[in-house]
Design a protein around this ligand. Structure first.
Ligand code: NAD
Ligand code: TYD
Length: 354
C-alpha cells in the first residue's frame, strides 16, 4: 500500500480517486483536515476496504511512525501543505509550521522507519514530495520556462516555505540516502478545487452574481495543468523516476489571468446564461494587486517527457470545459465548502482592495 498525505485537499483527493480508478493497491490517507481539507472529496470511497483515512498532522512524528510501522507502505506521496499565496501573505506562520517544520518531522519519521527495513524493501521504498513551480520565482515575458536546474528564487511566504521543504527533501537523500523524488508542478485546475483560488472563485462568484476580482492589470501569466494530468505525472514519476531527481510538470498552457477569467465567462455564457442575457464579463472588477505578485510562471516539462514518456492528456480548452461543467453539476459541494470560515476569509482578503 501507499501513504498519501493531504489527501482530503484538491490535488490529494483527485490523486486518491484516480489511484483507485487505475488499480487495486490500498491507500492510507493522512490529513489534518484544515479549512482546505474536505472529507466530502473522498465520499465515494466510504466503506471501501482499500482506503483507510486517518485525521492527523504530518508534523506528528509519533503518529506518522506508528502508521508506518502498522501498515508498512511501500511509498509516501506528500501533498500536505498550506497552499494559498494570499493566505501566506496575511499569516505566514501556518506555512512555516506545516510546510517546513511539518515536512521535517515527516522526513524524520520516514527516515527512522526506512532505516529499519530489510534491504529489498529499503531499495523499493519511495518518498515523493509534491512541490510547485513557484519556488523558482518570477519570469520576465521573454525568459525561457523553468527547467529543473533553474535557481530557487521564491518570492512569497508560501513559495519560500515550499522551497525550504524541497531543500530538506533533497538533503535527506544526499545525507541519509532516503530514496526521494521531487515534482515541481505549475498551477492546477479541475474538480474539488477550493473556491479561494482563481478559477473556482471566478466560477462560483459568477454564478452567485458577485464581482469577479482581477488583481492588478490581470496580465500575470500562469501555466495551467488539468489536475488529472498532474496525478498521472505523479504516478509516472513514482513508477519510473530516478532517485533523488526533480521533475518539472506542466501543461504548456501559459495564459494571462484576464484571459482565464474571460474564458470562464464565455463558457458560463454558453452553459448557464445569465437571466438578463448579459455576459458574465460584466461582473469583472479590477482590484488592488497582490503584494509581491509574481508576473509569470512557465514550466519546461521536457525532462519528464524525454525520460519517463509523460505528456498531458488535456488541452486547456478541454480541461476548462470539464471543470466548469463539474462546478455546475456539483453546486451542493460548493455550498458545503462555503462555511463560516470561508466567508470570513473572503471578507478579509477582498476588503480594502478597492
Ligand atoms: P490544498 O490546500 O487544496 O490541500 C492541502 C491539504 O493538506 C488539505 O487537505 C489540508 O487539510 C492538508 N493539510 C494541511 N496541513 C496539514 C498538516 N500539517 N498535516 C496533514 N495534512 C495537512 O492544496 P492542493 O492545491 O491540493 O496542493 C497539494 C500540494 O500540491 C501542496 O503541497 C501544494 O504546494 C502542491 N501544488 C499545488 C498546486 C496547485 O495549483 N494547487 C500546484 C503545484 C503544487
Ligand atoms: P491563485 O489561484 O491564488 O494561484 P497562485 O497565486 O498560486 O498562482 O492565483 C492565480 C492567479 O490569479 C494569480 O496571479 C493571482 C490571480 N488572482 C486574481 O487575479 N484574483 C483572485 O481573486 C485570485 C484568488 C487570484
Amino acid at each position: 500500500m501507499i501513504l498519501v498525505t493531504g489527501s482530503a485537499g484538491f490535488i490529494g483527493a483527485n490523486f486518491v480517486l484516480d489511484w483507485f480508478a487505475q488499480g487495486e493497491e490500498s491507500v492510507i490517507s493522512l490529513d489534518k483536515l484544515t479549512y482546505a481539507g474536505n472529507l466530502e472529496n473522498l465520499a465515494s470511497l466510504k466503506g471501501d476496504p482499500r482506503h483507510i483515512f486517518v485525521r492527523g498532522d504530518i508534523g506528528d512524528a509519533e503518529l506518522v511512525g506508528q502508521l508506518l510501522r502498522q501498515y508498512c507502505p511501500r511509498a509516501i506521496i506528500n501533498f500536505a501543505a498550506e497552499s494559498h499565496v494570499d493566505r501566506s501573505i496575511h499569516g505566514p506562520e501556518d506555512f512555516i509550521r506545516t510546510n517546513i517544520v511539518g515536512t521535517f518531522h515527516l522526513l524524520e519519521a520516514v527516515r527512522a522507519y526506512w532505516s529499519g527495513l530489510a534491504d529489498a524493501e529499503k531499495d523499493g521504498f519511495r518518498f515523493l514530495h509534491v512541490s510547485t513551480d513557484e519556488v523558482y520565482g518570477s519570469l520576465a515575458k521573454d525568459e525561457p520556462a523553468f527547467s529543473e536546474t533553474h535557481r530557487y528564487e521564491p518570492n512569497s511566504p508560501y513559495s519560500a516555505s515550499k522551497a525550504a521543504s524541497d531543500h530538506l527533501v533533497r538533503a535527506y537523500h544526499h545525507t541519509y540516502g532516503l530514496p526521494v523524488l521531487t515534482t515541481n508542478c505549475s498551477n492546477n485546475y479541475g474538480p474539488y478545487h477550493f473556491p479561494e483560488k482563481l478559477i473556482p472563485l471566478m466560477i462560483v462568484n459568477a454564478l452567485a452574481g458577485k464581482p469577479l476580482p482581477v488583481y492588478g492589470d490581470g496580465q500575470q501569466i500562469r501555466d495551467w495543468l488539468y489536475v488529472k494530468d498532474h496525478c498521472s505525472a505523479i504516478r509516472c514519476v513514482l513508477a519510473k523516476g530516478r532517485l533523488g531527481e526533480v521533475y518539472n510538470i506542466g501543461g504548456w498552457n501559459e495564459k494571462a489571468n484576464l484571459d482565464i477569467v474571460h474564458t470562464v465567462c464565455t463558457l458560463l455564457d454558453e452553459l448557464r446564461p445569465r437571466t438578463d442575457s448579459k455576459s458574465y464579463r460584466e461582473q469583472i472588477v479590477f482590484v488592488t494587486d497582490r503584494p509581491g505578485h509574481d508576473r509569470r510562471y512557465a514550466i519546461d516539462a521536457r525532462k519528464i517527457e524525454r525520460e519517463l514518456g509523460w505528456k498531458p492528456a488535456e488541452t486547456f480548452d478541454t480541461g476548462i470545459r470539464k471543470t466548469v461543467r463539474w462546478y455546475l453539476d456539483n453546486q451542493g459541494w460548493v455550498g458545503n465548502v462555503q462555511s463560516g470560515s470561508y466567508r470570513q476569509w473572503v471578507e478579509k482578503n477582498y476588503a480594502g482592495r478597492g
